[in-house]
Design a binder for this molecule. Structure first.
Ligand SMILES: [Zn+2]
Ligand SMILES: [Zn+2]
Ligand SMILES: [Zn+2]
Length: 427
């Protein structure tokens, strides 16, 4: 990830902290995780394979507390017993003077134990482009500047082109009186990995593995947003709000969810999304189903970002008919429609599934097709192909069952030739 990641550390579990440390050290080129050693007191040490040999890393996630000499002694024996090149003791707290003295003595006698306290860890993390957030500090807030209104109008036109048909004029040329308002929605963008293996007596039945997946939660309610939006946000370059705050309004909405609740909600959501029921055949040839649910430790949160997402409310008219749209428009030009009434028929108010007909006379969007008069909401003129709604159009009987549907101009022509034309009845 080229941009900086930020992670709240206070609410992390010991396991998550170990993963974070391993991630930071790997990014800095210390080495790759070789394996995890389980220690007697139910703790774990990470074994890194580095160019200089093995490094045993012991992590103590104990903010505000002092790490004493016994922990250094314990790590020393782990270094000796695993024949490692050196040890690293990493903590979110601090070391007692006794512990530091002891580490110095060990160094003099040839065993290096690198002592990494909260401050040094924060420095290392910064080098790895990870900002550790603790206490009352806020996470980084990201956003982007919205494109010019003329560009948004163009994007709306392109969107219309993809959902409605009109003739002879193209939909984008019929947009008038467009107005745009911008508001900033507080969202959390969470980037995570899942790595879980599920085994039974017949062996591995399922591997759940994703890297750099994204999840978006509402900053006020914690609600999960659409995966389309998460995908959009993840791949859109953002800027740190602090660096360009003058561009944005002062009354930005605030985030109401605290870090602990956020992490809990995120983990729960991620676990639910990656829980699958797997069918497998047992040794006795019977079919079984097993729910494979990743545990909290198998979910690794890599980055949490507060995003003030610029969202657009766009009011516009197509000819005389008013429409609304909510959308996201990014600097890259990408445009995502969140909601709009363009896809609803103005005759019956129901959603239009296939491409809709846009009346070239009034700008109403309608359903197309239908054989019975009552079912026709919009059509193409039988003479000139102009797209027309039933309110503006007329019809005439051609043969016994066959009807011809006409735009106002062609109806006028038919009338002037003495043919009988009819209005559609209102529905
Ligand atoms: Zn309709
Ligand atoms: Zn019309
Ligand atoms: Zn016509």
């Amino acid at each position: 990830m080229p941009e900086e990641a930020s992670v709240p550390i206070d609410s992390m579990s010991g396991f998550e902290f170990e993963e974070l440390v391993a991630d930071i050290l790997a990014r800095l080129g210390y080495g790759q995780v070789e394996k995890i050693l389980f220690t007697q007191d139910e703790g774990r040490d990470i074994l890194l394979r580095s160019p200089q040999g093995l490094i045993v890393v012991e992590c103590k996630h104990q903010p505000n507390s002092g790490i004493g000499r016994p922990i250094v002694q314990k790590l020393h024996s782990a270094v000796i017993s695993s024949n490692a090149a050196k040890g690293m003791l990493v903590t979110t707290g601090h070391f007692t003077n006794e512990a530091l003295d002891y580490a110095r003595k060990l160094a003099n006698s040839g065993t290096i134990i690198e002592m990494v306290d909260k401050r040094i860890l924060a420095d290392l993390a910064m080098k790895a482009k990870v900002r550790l957030v603790s206490g009352g500090e806020g996470l980084n807030v990201w956003t982007w500047a919205v494109p010019a209104q003329a560009d948004t109008k163009k994007a709306v036109g392109e969107y219309l082109q993809s959902v409605v048909e009109s003739h002879p004029r193209v939909p984008s040329s019929l947009v008038v009186n467009d107005q745009r308002s911008v508001w900033y929605r507080p969202l959390y963008l969470i980037i995570y990995d899942v790595s879980a293996i599920f085994e039974t007596s017949v062996g591995v039945i399922h591997r759940e593995s994703v890297k750099g997946a994204s999840l978006v939660l509402d900053g006020n309610t914690g609600q999960v947003h659409s995966s389309k939006e998460a995908q959009f946000l993840k791949s859109e370059p953002q800027v740190l709000l602090a660096t360009s705050i003058a561009v944005y309004p002062n009354d930005l909405p605030t985030f109401k969810i605290d870090a602990t609740t956020l992490l809990k909600t995120a983990k729960r959501t991620i676990i639910a999304a990656h829980t699958k029921t797997i069918r497998y055949v047992g040794r006795n040839n019977q079919t079984y189903h097993r729910v494979c649910e990743p545990s909290e430790r198998e979910v690794h949160i890599r980055d949490i970002r507060q995003v003030h997402l610029p969202s657009l409310k766009i009011d516009f008219q197509i000819l005389q008919t008013p429409y609304q749209m909510e959308a996201i428009h990014a600097r890259s030009g990408r445009f995502l429609t969140l909601s709009t009434d363009v896809t609803h028929c103005r005759i019956c108010r129901k959603a239009v599934e296939r491409k809709a007909i846009l009346c070239d006379i009034c700008g109403r969007v309608t359903h197309s097709g239908g054989f019975f008069l009552g079912r026709i909401h919009g059509f193409r003129c039988g003479k000139c192909r102009r797209t027309t709604c039933r309110i503006d159009g007329q019809w005439r009987r051609k043969m016994f069952l066959f009807k011809e549907l006409l735009c106002p101009a062609c109806a006028q022509t038919a009338k002037s030739k003495g043919k009988r034309v009819n209005m559609f009845e209102s529905l």
